[in-house]
Design a protein around this ligand. Structure first.
Ligand code: HEC
Ligand code: HEC
Length: 267
């Protein structure tokens, strides 16, 4: 009985898989992930879409195209149709020549696609140097087991979208910094603990210090607590670093991914 059921499943699932693969191929337009097409799309977007969706796709009269506003992220073909034909009565059709419409789709896609899938916009090696040197990023961030413990591990930063990475560097408060508020605790014993609040309830605080040690402290042992309002990450990188340097840093971050060893490309 089991054997027969298994066989049926096999017979039925094989053609379905083949069909899916074919559809996947069909929707992959050469503009997607192509830096020239994305740049061209950025200009078209500025002219025809930014008035409603914001210059960087952050939203306005039309929805934010960077946050996951869609329960199911739109595939490229659906995006193409939305651009060309409009959406409901609220968004007018663009009616662009086919190649230009695909450039717009490539740009919109780049707002949410993992940065690792797109060519790096700047100098990766220089970004690496800045990260481990002058900017002091590695005092707080770890990459593949090296670096500081106060901020999140960035070994897989390349899975974030490029505009997200950019914002994380120049506008650390943008993402709310939940789980990483700076906190100082004074305990009944007289001891002071400094770090980030990874978790907090009415009864306890889980404080992680700069060495990565996690202290679970009961509120009944605390005499004083100061919690920072935003991210403990320095907020002056936008002025401390040149635009080119941020570009290089983001390029370095975009290459950081945790993948099986055989898929990792050596520099
Ligand atoms: C006049 C304002 C306006 C302009 C111009 C405009 N949009 Fe929109 N767009 C909207 C509104 C409003 C919605 C939401 C419609 C709805 O959900 O009914 C929307 C929805 C979308 C969606 C989501 C579609 C979906 O199915 O969820 C995408 C993607 C989009 N717009 C991309 C673009 C692009 C790319 C351009 C430029 C070619 C553009 N829009 C131009 C107002 C605009
Ligand atoms: C004083 C410690 C500190 C320094 C220095 C620092 N960061 Fe951060 N960083 C944090 C903390 C804490 C967070 C988490 C809170 C937040 O999202 O801002 C964070 C968040 C991030 C994120 C988002 C990660 C995620 O998973 O959400 C990125 C990317 C990042 N930092 C990059 C950098 C880069 C690049 C530098 C150097 C230019 C840097 N950081 C310097 C502490 C630091």
């Amino acid at each position: 009985m089991r054997v027969v059921a298994g066989l049926c499943l096999l017979l039925f699932s094989a053609p379905v898989l083949a069909q899916h693969e074919k559809e996947g191929e069909k929707s992959k337009n050469p503009a997607i992930g192509n830096p020239q097409a994305i740049e061209a799309g950025r200009k078209l977007f500025a002219n025809g879409c930014a008035a409603c969706h914001g210059a960087e796709g952050q939203g306005g009269r039309g929805p934010n195209l960077r946050a996951q506003v869609f329960w199911h992220p739109l595939d490229d073909d659906t995006l193409y149709k939305a651009v060309q034909k409009g959406v409901g009565g609220a968004m007018p059709p663009a009616n662009l020549p086919e190649d230009q419409a695909w450039q717009v789709v490539a740009f919109v896609r780049s707002l949410t696609a993992p940065a690792a899938e797109n060519p790096a916009p700047g100098d990766i090696a220089n970004g690496e140097k800045i990260f481990w040197g002058a900017a002091g990023c590695s005092n707080c961030h770890r990459v593949r087991g090296k670096g500081g413990m106060l901020g999140p591990d960035l070994s897989n930063a390349g899975m974030r979208a490029l505009p997200d990475l950019w914002d994380s560097v120049v506008d650390p408060d943008a993402d709310g910094a939940l789980g990483y508020r700076a906190v100082t605790l004074t305990l009944k014993s007289g001891q002071t603990l400094k770090g980030v609040a990874r978790n907090r309830t009415n009864y306890s605080v889980q404080l992680q210090d700069a060495q990565g040690n996690v202290h679970l402290v009961a509120m009944e042992d605390v005499t004083d607590m100061t919690i920072g309002r935003g991210s403990p990450m320095p907020k002056n990188y936008a002025t401390r670093l040149s635009k080119q340097e941020v570009n290089d840093l983001v390029s370095y971050l975009s290459r950081l991914t945790v993948r099986p060893a055989d898929a990792t490309t050596k520099k």
